[in-house]
Design a protein around this ligand. Structure first.
Ligand SMILES: [Cu+2]
Length: 146
């Protein structure tokens, strides 16, 4: 018990130094393959899928927006006891030197309150706000087979 307490105490200053940002490696983010499916008539929600590749330090995706929709949210699809459900995530951590895939059946970006149907061949802008990297934009392609 004493040993465990000593380990925690000695690890704390290291963690504090990492969180201070003083020696942190800046993120280097690239957004790839941003895509959405066309929406059927009468449907005003759609999912955007994409890949975020990070060649630098850790970051956090904080907010999203798009001119085509009233709201843009981070969602995760989960299966619990055979029932699929979606929940909204408050933010998304982007690992250092890693990548995040938003793909069908899992993590996705949800457009709510679409102002017009998404049609095959359309493109629209998605704005992503990160804690470290700031604001990035992605060009989303609407296509039938994302
Ligand atoms: Cu969703």
């Amino acid at each position: 018990m004493l040993f465990a307490a000593l380990v925690v105490a000695s690890a704390a200053p290291v963690l504090a130094a990492e969180l201070s940002g003083a020696a942190r490696n800046p993120p280097a983010l690239l957004i790839e393959h941003a895509r959405a499916r066309p929406t059927p008539p009468g449907v005003n929600v759609a999912a955007v899928y994409l890949r975020i590749v990070n060649a630098g330090g850790a970051d956090r995706l904080l907010r999203l927006s798009a001119p085509v929709a009233e709201q843009v949210q981070l969602h995760e699809t989960r299966s619990e006891q055979g029932v699929m459900s979606m929940r909204q995530l408050p933010f998304l951590d982007i690992p250092a030197n890693g990548s995040i895939d938003a793909a069908p059946g899992g993590l996705h970006i949800m457009l709510r309150g679409l102002k017009a149907p998404l049609r095959n061949g359309d493109h629209f802008t998605l704005t992503l706000v990160f804690g470290e990297a700031g604001t990035l934009t992605a060009n989303v392609s609407v296509r039938a087979d994302p």
